[in-house]
Design a protein around this ligand. Structure first.
Ligand SMILES: [Zn+2]
Length: 350
């Protein structure tokens, strides 16, 4: 039986599109179905000023315009001692800066510019609350004593909870929820939102480790237990309004994913929507798709409906590419090829 549904254009609330040749190869995949995407600032050097945010935004638009002229990326700037309040205020007012992203130092790719403690930024965070700038948080303890599977929960307890309580007017997004503990945190505090990735909904640490180590599934925060994955998927299927689609698509070259020390990141931009559609189809919850990938984010950010809709059709298995070429020497492995074989997405103009 053919399944056919239409949903609003998607918003991706967490994506890495990199720069240079990688940007040109990967950003068009995000722009195809999205009205907007929150682009992360962990480049070298990091995006940490109005000027660098504006230049990066313009560069992204220049490589996505031919795919979707309606695509309007949002840039999150890097929270570090280099970020200046007046510059942030002006860049936010101009629409070139959309949010501020905090990384614990060393937690993931190019995050060594961060400073250890979120609390050390309280004066700046207080100003952000007063001007309405959202704080996006990579919640992962970097304490080497803490087990890797407990790091999200520990960061929430040890660092984010105090900030949450100190600044009740600050809008906070807990990025890439990976545990039931993270979901509980989001649900139990006002003005607190969460993003969820396709790979944390579909895969768990058994997929990563149990049948031979799968480097393409290695990401931060690490895929956690089957129980955690189930809690996240149940929340999405039930239409939990406090979570929205954030792919955390994070491309690395195949060489970096096959190296002695494997880079953290899953490249899912080509099939992120198809992965979620197939999961919800399997759960009998396709009616929750439009809320998760579109409307929940509109509610959090106070947005109007998008200028176009999407049509999704489920069909027999079709061929799908397993890699994307960046240049003649570099390719990136794509996540979610199997579920994507059942789905075709197209754009419906309004
Ligand atoms: Zn990320």
């Amino acid at each position: 039986v053919e399944v056919r549904l239409s949903i609003p254009a998607v918003d991706d609330w967490h994506v890495h599109v990199r720069d240079g040749a990688m940007l040109r190869a990967v950003a068009p995949f995000t722009a195809r179905w999205c009205r907007t995407a929150m682009v992360m600032p962990n480049l070298r050097p990091p995006i940490d000023s109005w000027q660098s945010a504006r230049a990066y935004r313009e560069e992204i638009i220049s490589v996505t315009q031919s795919v979707n002229p309606d695509f309007s990326p949002r840039i999150a700037v890097y929270l570090s001692p280099a970020l200046e309040l007046e510059d942030l205020r002006a860049g936010f007012a101009a629409g070139d800066i959309a949010a501020v992203k905090f990384y614990p130092a060393g937690a993931t790719t190019n995050s060594d510019q961060g400073m250890g403690s979120l609390q050390s930024y309280l004066p700046l965070l207080e100003e952000m609350a007063s001007i309405g700038v959202r704080l996006l948080v990579h919640c992962e303890s970097t304490d080497p004593e803490v087990d890797i599977f407990d790091r999200e929960a520990r960061f929430l307890d040890d660092e984010l909870l105090a900030v949450r309580q100190e600044l009740p007017d600050l809008d906070i997004t807990v990025e890439h929820l990976s545990t039931a503990a993270g979901l509980d945190f989001v649900r139990s505090h006002p003005r607190t939102h969460g993003t969820v990735t396709p790979h944390h909904l579909r895969s768990d640490r058994n997929d990563l480790l149990a049948s031979g180590m799968q480097p393409d599934l290695f990401c931060k925060p690490v895929l956690n237990s089957a129980r955690d994955r189930r809690a996240l998927l149940d929340a999405v299927c039930e239409g939990e309004p406090r979570v929205s689609f954030g792919t955390d698509s994070a491309p690395h070259s195949m060489a970096a994913k096959r190296a002695e020390t494997i880079a953290a990141g899953v490249f899912n931009a080509p099939f992120a929507l198809e992965v979620v559609a197939e999961l919800l189809h399997q759960e009998g919850a396709l009616d929750a798709l439009g809320g998760f990938v579109a409307r929940n984010g509109w509610a959090a950010y106070g947005m109007d409906p998008p200028p176009f809709d999407l049509e999704l059709v489920r069909h027999d298995r079709a061929e799908r590419p397993r890699t994307v070429d960046v240049d003649e020497h570099t390719s990136v492995v794509v996540y979610g090829v199997e579920p994507a074989r059942h789905w075709t997405v197209s754009r419906i103009p309004q």
